[in-house]
Design a protein around this ligand. Structure first.
Ligand code: ATP
Length: 255
């Protein structure tokens, strides 16, 4: 039977008068990739920020293992093994790649961190070929790999990724999703926020679909792929955008 790692129940989160999440419940089991999909403003980032202690819920409970996260400071949540990679690839631009990685190991043994940072760079082809560069000089895809690896320096049991493929070329976006899939194969538990619902469904074990702060659908990727109403609402956006783009390219003669 699957072992529950994180359980959020009946969460309500507000920004002043704005209710961003209403009565949201999700569960992540050990070793799963769980995807959160939904349009802009659906509440995905708010949910991750609440789970990592950056926002506090107005109502509801969050349990990670047997820890009550709703009352735990963010840095202690990292120490307990749950890390959050926010959207926007926030590297320290004037630091080297290695120093960016070291910043991720603040909860761990600093003496061994240097060796681990070197090993991470050597084992990540996208980073190894730019190892002399400052983080601010890296491409979007390279920076995304760096921030994921920086989070892994904390040696987490579970990682939460907010839109890791956003703004990347299709090839790089695929590489990032491949890395996420490999992390799960190596035993990591992943909560993945993706607007590219189709890409997320390809690698996720289970999915929650959010709209205007509420969970509208949940199920295994296989179940939701077969659910026409889910596909219309959450996969249709991708299909319609791709069709529109195809039409535009054909009209401009580039397609
Ligand atoms: P995106 O993909 O655009 O990041 P999202 O699904 O992550 O969207 P959130 O960023 O969580 O959505 O936003 C959920 C709702 O909360 C939206 O209505 C948004 O406008 C509102 N919101 C988010 N941050 C704030 C804030 N700091 N102050 C007030 N309202 C906010």
């Amino acid at each position: 039977m699957s072992e529950s790692l994180l359980k959020a129940e009946n969460l309500t989160v507000r920004y002043g008068p704005v209710t961003a999440l209403h009565d949201v419940s999700i569960e992540v089991n050990k070793g799963e990739i769980v995807a959160l999909v939904g349009a802009n403003g659906a509440g995905k980032s708010t949910l991750l920020k609440t789970l990592s202690g950056l926002l506090r819920p107005a109502a509801g409970t969050i349990t990670y293992r047997d820890i009550n996260l709703a009352k735990t400071p963010a840095h202690e949540i990292v120490q307990s093994g749950l890390v959050h990679v926010p959207e926007g690839r926030q590297v320290f631009p004037r630091f080297s790649m290695r120093d960016n990685l070291l910043a991720g190991s603040f909860t761990k043994n600093f003496h061994t961190a240097g060796k681990r940072a070197d090993a991470v760079i050597a084992a990540t082809p996208l980073l190894a070929r730019r190892s002399g560069s400052l983080a601010g000089q890296l491409s979007g895809g390279e920076q995304q790999m760096l921030v994921i690896q920086r989070a892994l320096m904390a040696e987490p049991d579970m990682i939460m990724l907010d839109e890791p493929s956003m703004g990347l070329s299709p090839v790089l976006a695929d590489q990032v999703l491949e890395l996420v899939s490999k992390l799960r194969d190596d035993g990591m538990t992943v909560l993945l926020v993706e607007q590219n619902a189709l890409g997320a469904l390809e690698i996720a074990d289970r999915v929650y679909a959010l709209a205007t702060g509420e969970v509208l659908y949940s199920g295994t990727s296989a179940e939701l792929k077969d659910d026409e109403s889910f596909a219309d609402q959450f996969l249709g956006v991708v299909t319609a955008d791709a069709e529109r783009l195809g039409d535009q390219l054909a009209e401009s003669g580039d397609g």
